[in-house]
Design a protein around this ligand. Sequence first.
Ligand code: NAI
Length: 415
Amino acid sequence: MAKTSLDKSKIKILLLEGIHQTAVDHLLASGYTNIERLKTSLSEDELVEKIKDVHFIGIRSRTQLTERVFEAAEKLTAVGCFCIGTNQVDLNAALARGIPVFNAPYSNTRSVAELVIGEIIMLMRRIPEKSRSAHQGGWSKTAAGANEVRGKTLGIVGYGNIGKQLSVLAESLGMRVIYYDVVTKLDMGNAHQANSLDELLTTADIVSLHVPQLPSTEWMIGGEQIALMKEDAILINASRGNVVRIDDLAEAMEDGHLRGAAIDVFPKEPKGNGEEFESPLRGLDNVILTPHVGGSTEEAQQNIGIEVADKLITYSDNGTTITSVNFPEVQLPSHPNKHRLLHIHKNVPGVMSEINRVLGEHNINISGQYLQTNADVGYVVIDVDKAYGREALAALREVDATLRTRVLYSDDDAA
Ligand code: NAI
């Protein structure tokens, strides 16, 4: 039977904004050779023109994928955001056209955890103020107020990907770790979960925040919580800028309640490198201020290249949409000796019975079916005998609510 799946060399991939070489290597190794790379982003007008024959697009944070761009993207199958945020993409416009969007939320986990470890050590030794003094010709050689981290208690708020990674690194330095999370978690190593945020705040020598941006985490650390922290404790925030009330923190540093702080994220951050950074923490002793670089390392960029390219390849080869930020998530097995039909439809009543009726009318025998829906869109994946591929796909296209269909040939044919 003739193949109708698109040959991989014909699948056009456009990568913008200097996406890392690891992404290209990964795509090439998986047989995707039709790749165009640009160092910059494109304007909306340029994108509207360029995207017409593109099947997969990779962007970072500067490229805006608007409704107008999606309208022009006749062949677009999926979007890869080679970054964390997806605000630059009109996710609903993508969803309405059956296009999943992927990102890389966890590739910089290690980078953040390592920065926090470094900051803990620096702050415990009061290095920021000693360094500043030395730069100015001072010589403050003293052991007073300088401590090892071994045996100290680290309190981690938010025991997710970063919190857990930090927990492991901290224990390897001989620290005690306690954590607070709204979800019951499995302890890493000898760490243990605190019963409440207050318990953690009153127990820890160092408090490090790793919660997501949610209504419940907004300003969760203010004057009241800082007052609960031990005299001479340290506060670290590399999560989101609106988790800590910065004015309250500045006050606690000025009146000497806290030993130190390291802040990487701020309620108001400059829009670009040229704009002045303003904060009440500027100029305070033993405060490390970093320009939202917790996750910014070469290694994180390499990992992001691999993580997102992998998600695009998996979706293209097998239909799996796990971790998509806008799309029903389906984890699919391989499909030897079967062709796989992907049907994306508007989630309207009766659509599944319509799909099954159409397949039944064509005497198409289904060997596997996977369905996931969200409020607007349904994604059904149907494995059928190899003999049926083209016929079954044509039948599925008859279904009224269809947004998009694709066929993937059996794994053994694809090899
Ligand atoms: P994650 O989603 O893996 O973990 C977050 C954890 O916080 C979860 O275990 C969750 O249950 C918990 N949580 C949610 N609400 C909570 C609450 N009210 N109190 C206590 N725990 C709560 O997230 P991940 O990847 O560990 O990232 C954590 C934060 O770090 C995010 O805000 C992310 O945006 C930020 N981040 C910052 C970077 C930087 O450059 N500074 C880079 C990467 C991430």
